[in-house]
Ligand binder design. Structure first.
Ligand code: CP
Length: 326
């Protein structure tokens, strides 16, 4: 693995290797001294052209726990506001010796361009590009599901090996969601069954060809599928042209048809868990009592993000000293 641009780049073996490495990284984080010397002397650049709380902080934490030097770049307050291009920004950061560039960008494909155009010699990690991909989010979601559903090392014993046969329902704004695209791909690679539930206006053209079933009826789907996990997706109002953008009649109507609330929570199987990538629109796609319920693993997802990103940086960088990946 030279870069991590998309879940489509991962075979099942690659994904399991990352998840297993993340479990080892998580074990090291239980120790009193959390810092490992593994990436001492390496430099990780966090290149964020779009806002982020969880992803940026957890990549920074992951790199620092591995003893890498970290350079944080945010487009806001940088020369990007004076019109500097991605190319010139990347070349500038390369001049400072980046071994890995973690990039979030509003344009789908920006990480691929960075990785292939020769603007950086480092490994490129996609931290979210437009509506396209967010591979480390899908990996941390799979890691979280594995901890809860898989017998060997997991907390419950619903599935015996990884996520084969696990039933996951993704609900909400699939159209604008790189998290949904990444999760559908990775969960399929890992053998899970995925159902997408959304209003017809928020289902992308072509979703019928994805390895997932599509439904417009949340209550019917929950009753029929009896999911092991429900993953709520954020309504991405910033990607809609106006407040609701005409994608749904009103926030109240959306919450009534597609929101996760106490009634729907009570209808889930006892072992089922609730995920949300964050940031949440409380009261829209998820009520406070669902978000804060004992079934919610939303805060745990954030913690797991550090271990998963440590694993990704480790697998990309450890042993890399000649321009090729480990
Ligand atoms: N889940 C996620 O990508 O959150 P941030 O936008 O806060 O990084």
């Amino acid at each position: 693995m030279k870069h991590l641009l998309s879940v489509a780049d991962l075979t099942r073996e690659d994904a399991v290797r990352i998840l297993d490495t993340a479990a080892q990284m998580a074990a090291t984080q239980e120790r009193e001294i959390k810092k490992l010397p593994t990436l001492r002397g390496r430099t990780v650049v966090n290149l964020f052209f779009e806002d982020s709380t969880r992803t940026r902080i957890s990549f920074e934490t992951a790199a620092k726990r591995l003893s890498a030097d970290v350079i944080n770049f945010s487009a806001k307050g940088s020369s990007v506001s004076k019109g500097e291009s991605l190319k010139d920004t990347a070349l500038t950061l390369q001049a400072m010796g980046a071994d890995a560039v973690v990039i979030r960008h509003q344009a789908s494909g920006a990480p691929h361009t960075l990785a292939t155009a020769g603007w950086t010699r480092g490994a490129v990690v996609n931290a979210g590009d437009g509506m396209h991909q967010h591979p480390t989010q899908a990996l941390l979601d799979a890691y979280t599901l594995r901890r809860h559903l898989v017998g060997d090392g997991g907390r419950a014993d619903v599935y015996g090996r990884d996520l084969e046969g696990a039933r996951v329902v993704l609900v909400g704004d699939v159209l604008h969601s790189r998290v949904a695209r990444s999760n559908v791909g990775l969960l399929h690679t890992l053998g899970a069954e995925v159902v997408l539930v959304a209003p017809p206006t928020l289902v992308p053209v072509g979703a019928g060809a994805w390895p997932a079933r599509v439904s417009y009826d949340l209550d019917a789907t929950l009753a029929q599928v009896r999911p092991d996990a429900v993953m709520m997706l954020r309504v991405q109002r910033e990607r809609m042209s106006s407040a609701g953008g005409g994608f749904f009649p009103s926030p109240l109507e959306y919450a009534r048809r597609y929101g996760l609330d106490a009634r729907r929570l009570a209808a889930l199987p006892d072992h089922a868990v609730v995920l949300h990538p964050g940031p949440m629109n409380r009261g829209l796609e998820i009520t406070a009592d669902a978000a804060d319920s004992p079934r919610s693993v939303i805060v745990e997802q954030v913690a797991n993000g550090v271990a998963v990103r440590m694993a990704v940086l480790y697998l990309l960088l450890a042993g890399r000293n000649d321009g090729s990946a480990a």
